[in-house]
Every structure is written in structure tokens, then in C-alpha cells.
Design a protein around this ligand. Structure first.
Ligand code: ADE
Ligand code: ZN
Length: 340
């Protein structure tokens, strides 16, 4: 039977209504310029920007590193537990408005501990907001500690040591920051140790780095999902493997355009990936820096690519399937999450 094609307005409406999971969002990347200025004032930090507009104007990135330089500088306004709570609460409120029912959130403790902020301060602020969102809206979450790959593996072991008292509140580990020149094999021992602690692992791979990094993330780090993974398409054998093994890819379309991985959204391979049968999900990565939250990402794709109603439902379904939610919810997500 032919599926009726919907107008763009109807597809946008469907996107707004569909329950979905967000699986790739860096909490530090949700720091909107308004909150950044407020926290700088609260913590008596002088910013090198006259106002919010001047800061926004600086968000003109040439590649991943030019973004990361600003992202790490921005994170320096986060000092107290309340700051981390306010940051996380602002993201969760925005995600709830987009009908995100479950969020798996990255945080970068090394960025903060290197400035003298205790791990405990970061963790307590974030986790208090996560608990409140579950209590208030039933919005569930997982917290993923990301290691910074531009630093030595030994620094990662030290970060893990600081996290050990909070292990019960951590749901997994990831690998982020500057990809090129920092292949997954640099972190084999650290990830092996994390897995021995019972932590599931994910890694950014194939964002700017080559398809080989995706293969390494699977074979050497034993990742359950690949964050980004868009450059996998350059290796047909890898694509066949990702399809056969149903490896989820947490794709971040607006991020890919803002970081010039692809020139325009019409050049983005999301539709090709769906047609190939890859387990693709849509996510916002660093929404405060890349111009939109999860539904903005869905809508930017619909506006530029020939996505159907079926594609949008598949993307939402994939997000639940690829999450670390329990199996009973995964089997019937739309029954669990339909709004009254
Ligand atoms: N940290 C925050 N956003 C990132 C991205 N898109 N890639 C790698 N590391 C990141
Ligand atoms: Zn990311």
C-alpha cells in the first residue's frame, strides 16, 4: 500500500508530537549565551565579549577544533553545583518541550576538574536536575561520562578515579573532543577497564575522523553505539557491517553543517543512511552552539531532504531502540509514552 505523503506542515506537527529519545547531547553544549552571561556575572568572570550578540557572532566555525576552542572557553563560567543544576535544568525543560521522553547526556568532567572544580560539584548539580525532571515530567535519563581524547589516556584514568565514588550514578562512558589524530586505539586500556566495571561504552567516531576510527571504536573499544559515524559511508564494507549488526549511529545534522562536515543540509547523507537500513537517530550535539534543539534538527532535515512520514517515525523509533532503556519499554514505546 502506498503511504500518503504529508505536507511539510504536517510533518513538522508529527515531529512535535512524537515521543523521542535524545542520545547525543553534551550538557556543556547546551549553555545558551544568555545563561553564559548570567553565570559569568554570578561568578565574577569577565568575558572577552561585549554582549550576547557579540558572543553569538563568534559562533562561526570552520571545523570541529574552532568550535571546541569556544566550547571549552564557555564552560569556564560553570563553577558551583547550582550552575550545573541551572544548565541541566534549562536543557531538560527545552527537551521536554520537544517531547523528549528520555535523554542520554554526556558531560566532560576533565574540563571542570582541570579548573579546580571538584567532580562532586559537577555530578551533584547535573544529577539533581535529572532527578527533578524524572519526578516532575517522567523524563528519564542516563548520564555518560566522556573522556577528552586530546588528553593522554592516563588523564582519563585519573578522571575515572575521581568518579569512582559516584559510579552508581554513572550509566556509561564516552569519548569526545578533537578526533583527528586521536584514534580510539589510544584508549584501549581505559575502555577495557570501564567495561570491567560494568559500564557500557560509546565513542565519537567518523565525525571528522576516517571510517577506520569507527572500525576501531567497534573492535578495540567495543562500543555499543557510534556517535556521528557519518564518514562510515566512505567504506562500503563498514556500511555492510553496521547494517548487519544494527549498530546505532547518533547523527547530529545541524552540528555536521555548522562544523562543515557537509556543505549544506541538502548534501547531508541522512536520507541515504535511512534508505540503506542503517540504525540512524537524530540528535542535537551542542544545541546552544549549532542553532537548534532536537526538533529543530528533525525539521531542518525535513526542509532539505525528501524525508517521509515513515522516515520520521523510524527515526523516533530508532532513538528508543538505540537507548539504554529497559526492554519492556523498547517493545512498546509509543504505548508507554503517549501523551493524554
Ligand atoms: N564535544 C562537544 N561536542 C563535540 C563534537 N561534536 N565532537 C567532538 N567532541 C565534542
Ligand atoms: Zn558530540
Amino acid at each position: 500500500m502506498m503511504t500518503p505523503s504529508l505536507s511539510q506542515a504536517s510533518l513538522f506537527n508529527l515531529i512535535d508530537q512524537l515521543p523521542k529519545a535524545e542520545l547525543h547531547v553534551h550538557i556543556e553544549g547546551t549553555l545558551e549565551p544568555e545563561l553564559l552571561f548570567e553565570l559569568a556575572k554570578r561568578n565574577q568572570i569577565t568575558l572577552p565579549y561585549a554582549d550576547i550578540d557579540a558572543l553569538r557572532a563568534a559562533y562561526d566555525f570552520q571545523h570541529l577544533q574552532s568550535f571546541l576552542d569556544l566550547y571549552y572557553a564557555g564552560a569556564a563560567v560553570l563553577c558551583s553545583e547550582q550552575d550545573f543544576f541551572d544548565l541541566t535544568w534549562a536543557y531538560l525543560s527545552r527537551a521536554h518541550a520537544d517531547h523528549v521522553v528520555h535523554a542520554e547526556i554526556f558531560f566532560d568532567p576533565q574540563t571542570h576538574t582541570a579548573r579546580g572544580i571538584p567532580f562532586e560539584t559537577v555530578y551533584n548539580g547535573i544529577s539533581r536536575a535529572l532527578k527533578q525532571a524524572q519526578y516532575q515530567w517522567g523524563l528519564t535519563s542516563k548520564l555518560i561520562l566522556c573522556f577528552l581524547r586530546h588528553l593522554p589516556e592516563q588523564d582519563g584514568f585519573e578522571a575515572l578515579q575521581q568518579a569512582m565514588p559516584y559510579l552508581a550514578g554513572l550509566d556509561g562512558v564516552g569519548l569526545d573532543s578533537s578526533e583527528a589524530g586521536h584514534p580510539p586505539h589510544k584508549f584501549i586500556r581505559l575502555f577495557e577497564h570501564c567495561r570491567s566495571l560494568g559500564l557500557p561504552v560509546v565513542a565519537h567516531a567518523g565525525e571528522e575522523g576516517p571510517p577506520d576510527y569507527v572500525t576501531e571504536a567497534l573492535d578495540l573499544l567495543h562500543c555499543q553505539r557510534i556517535d556521528h559515524g557519518v564518514r562510515s559511508l566512505e567504506d562500503p564494507l563498514l556500511v555492510q557491517r553496521l547494517i548487519a549488526q544494527a549498530v546505532p549511529l547518533t547523527v547530529c545534522p545541524l552540528s555536521n553543517i555548522r562544523l562543515k562536515v557537509f556543505n549544506t543540509m541538502s548534501d547531508h547523507p541522512l536520507k541515504t543512511m535511512l534508505n540503506l537500513g542503517l540504525k540512524v537517530t537524530i540528535n542535537s550535539d551542542d544545541p546552544a552552539y549549532f542553532g537548534g534543539y532536537i526538533n529543530d534538527n528533525f525539521k531542518a532535515c525535513v526542509a532539505a531532504l525528501p524525508l517521509t512520514m515513515h522516515d520520521i517515525i523510524t527515526l523516533a523509533r530508532n532513538s528508543i531502540y538505540a537507548s539504554w532503556l529497559p526492554d519492556n519499554i523498547k517493545k512498546n514505546p509509543f504505548a508507554t509514552y503517549s501523551r493524554p
